[in-house]
Design a protein around this ligand. Sequence first.
Ligand SMILES: Cc1ncc(C[n+]2csc(CCOP(=O)(O)OP(=O)(O)O)c2C)c(N)n1
Ligand code: SF4
Ligand SMILES: [Mg+2]
Length: 309
Amino acid sequence: MNGSDTLKKQKKIKLTLPEEEIMSPGHLACQGCGAALAMRYALKALGRKTITSIPACCWAVIDGPFPYSAAGVPIYHCAFETAASTSSGVSHALQQLGKTDITALAWAGDGGTFDIGLQSLSGAAERGDHLIYIVYDNEAYMNTGIQRSSATPHGAWTTTTPVKHYKKGPKKNIMEIMVAHQIPYCATANIAFPEDLIKKLRKAKEIQGTKFIHLYAPCPTGWKHSPDITVKIARLATQSNVFPIYEVENGIYSINKKIAKPQPVSEYLKLQGRFRHLDKTEVDFIQKEVDRNWTRLLKMEQAFGKDSE
Ligand SMILES: Cc1ncc(C[n+]2csc(CCOP(=O)(O)OP(=O)(O)O)c2C)c(N)n1
Ligand code: SF4
Ligand SMILES: [Mg+2]
């Protein structure tokens, strides 16, 4: 095939994602970083007219040292606990300036959201500040060396929950906390399903008030998996119902992906070194918890879904 044939063939390929790359290569993330993919997709959805507020987290480093920036949009590097309050300030300033076409985006890790930034996030949500808040969840404090957070799942190894004392107890249900704030839009998303993520962010951009996205983003360094299977692991998380994909719009629950034959949770766990120490009893326990949470979510959809009205 000559060059012009290849070009013709390429033109026939129908892209399912926006073509424009706002984030540039040459960033400082580890190989296979789910958080880097997360930002790349998010910016494809939100566009260049986005002002991000990023607290201390891996993304404060991934972007690169001043004056360089891989993000391609302005970033406020703010204090750890202030992603939401900084973004509230950006949002109010934009309103004062009459700039209605710019999105205020708070972008923080799970530590900066489930734990230390929860108060400022709650405040912004209660005030109904006009912003999108995205937590990229890699289930630990990665930037400072893989310490457990309240998003770390049961059974996981981290440096503060070593093998003999691995994390016991469930991951905090951040979605339920945000739904309880009665904000107009809350959704989960996964880097393995970028079309779904992009659709949700485009929807969130059009809604007035506080919007919250819980975005699943594996971390090969902290989860101890090979960097080339990041997307496979992310996909398995949803295919095994470990991380369901759903949205809650004005209190109405919709599960966006229902897996006909869910994969056993063991398929998801066995690819990650952070779970290597778990015995069969623990794996069975995790499976039961995943099944219980999934059944609970189905019941929420039955009780508070579109058909319940
Ligand atoms: C008030 C405060 N406490 C602690 C730190 C140290 N610190 C910087 S980044 C970080 C971890 C962030 O974890 P997370 O929010 O999950 O993002 P990740 O690094 O996993 O991307 C910590 C503990 C800090 N910068 N400020
Ligand atoms: S430690 Fe994890 S989240 Fe941080 S840059 Fe590396 S792969 Fe990404
Ligand atoms: Mg984290």
